[in-house]
Design a protein around this ligand. Structure first.
Ligand code: TF8
Length: 338
């Protein structure tokens, strides 16, 4: 009897083992996932894309393969978004700002000075408000998995140091293709020109535009210091990136495959934020060493800029909806212990 019981148990556990093995083989179909992004391979975006790719391949036993394609080789953000919606491309990571034409709620993240620090950004983006905004993508044919950090944006140009608002007058400034950015920089007095990121370097090189704004990491990894002399520390907005999946393609995945992508997305997010923040602390010194002239704004000038920019808040609130706007303000007040 005892012997019988033991062999039965052994048989059962063998069967269990076999069925998990079978489950793995069945659960993951061979899949090639084209994953596009706009910066180059050596950027924070490129490094995190690699981490994501490795996590997906490992968790699927090599069945799900990510082909990460950087430097906007699959097109600028807006083109990739359309390819995802149509099902011609599976995944991408890019700016939330270029999604505003598709999902108006994304404009929330374009609010100047919305977050005071990365702690606030992480809490709101990873919390119910961030999720609510991601969920809005579904009706538009996109699935948003997580937010990565692009970072706090700073101003560069080839004309002069910007130390006060008036210094922006007449500066041709490239902005992301988005009405909030356009309004913000027009309000500040710049001559704002929307352009895709992939056209930015050559536009600056040929003086089609005088300046742009991006986090230190990007100014460094995209070698903007070669064509921009002045960097003004403005930290005027915190910009997230978002990891997107084609909904058409996503709907054909089974639960195990979806979980692999979700888990890898979260792991890549944690890596990316840490890596980006480490790089940002070093980047300013690197940019100085490359010859950029860096200036801070006086607290009074900073406050003037901030005041001017709050004028765009009313139109952002209308765009994203009053409920979402108020919930965000309430959440921030709570985080700030107010
Ligand atoms: C910009 C953004 C870029 C992103 C990137 C290409 O200025 O900050 O970093 O769109 O994904 O366009």
């Amino acid at each position: 009897m005892k012997l019988f019981r033991r062999s039965l148990l052994a048989a059962l556990s063998l069967a269990a083992l076999a069925s998990t093995g079978a489950a793995i083989a069945q659960d993951f179909k061979p899949r090639l996932i084209r994953f596009g992004y706009g910066l180059n391979e050596q950027s924070n975006q490129g490094r995190a894309a690699k981490v994501f790719a490795e996590a997906v391949e490992k968790a699927s036993g090599g069945k799900m393969k990510i082909r990460a394609i950087g430097a906007a080789a699959l097109g600028p953000d807006t083109q990739m978004q359309q390819a995802l919606i149509g099902g011609a491309q599976e995944m991408m990571v890019g700016s939330t700002a270029t999604l505003v034409g598709i999902t108006a709620e994304m404009a929330l993240w374009d609010t100047p000075f919305l977050f005071n620090n990365t702690r606030e950004a992480d809490a709101v983006l990873d919390g119910p408000i961030g999720q609510k905004v991601l969920d809005k993508l579904q009706d538009k044919g996109l699935v948003g998995l997580v937010y990565w950090e692009n970072g706090f944006r700073n101003l560069t140009n080839s004309k002069r140091p910007v130390g006060k608002l008036e210094d922006l007058n007449g500066i041709k400034l490239r902005v992301m293709q988005n009405n909030v950015y356009l309004d913000s920089f027009k309000t500040l007095g710049a001559n704002a020109v929307p352009l895709p990121f992939s056209e930015l370097f050559s536009a600056m090189e040929t003086n089609t535009v005088d300046g742009q704004e991006n986090p230190y990491n990007t100014i460094l990894s995209s070698k903007f210091y070669e064509v921009q002399k002045f960097l003004s520390v403005t930290n005027h907005v915190y910009s997230p990136w978002v990891l997107l999946v084609s909904k058409k393609w996503w709907d054909g995945l089974n639960a195990a495959e979806k979980k692999v992508l979700q888990d890898a997305a979260r792991a890549s997010r944690d890596f990316e934020r840490k890596d980006t923040r480490e790089e940002a602390t070093r980047a300013l010194a690197d940019l100085k060493a490359k010859g950029m002239q860096i200036n801070e704004l006086s607290p009074a000038e900073s406050a003037r800029m901030r005041d001017k920019l709050t004028k765009v808040n009313a139109s952002i609130a209308t765009q994203v909806g009053m409920d979402l706007w108020r919930d965000t303000q309430a959440e921030l007040a709570k985080l700030r212990g107010q």
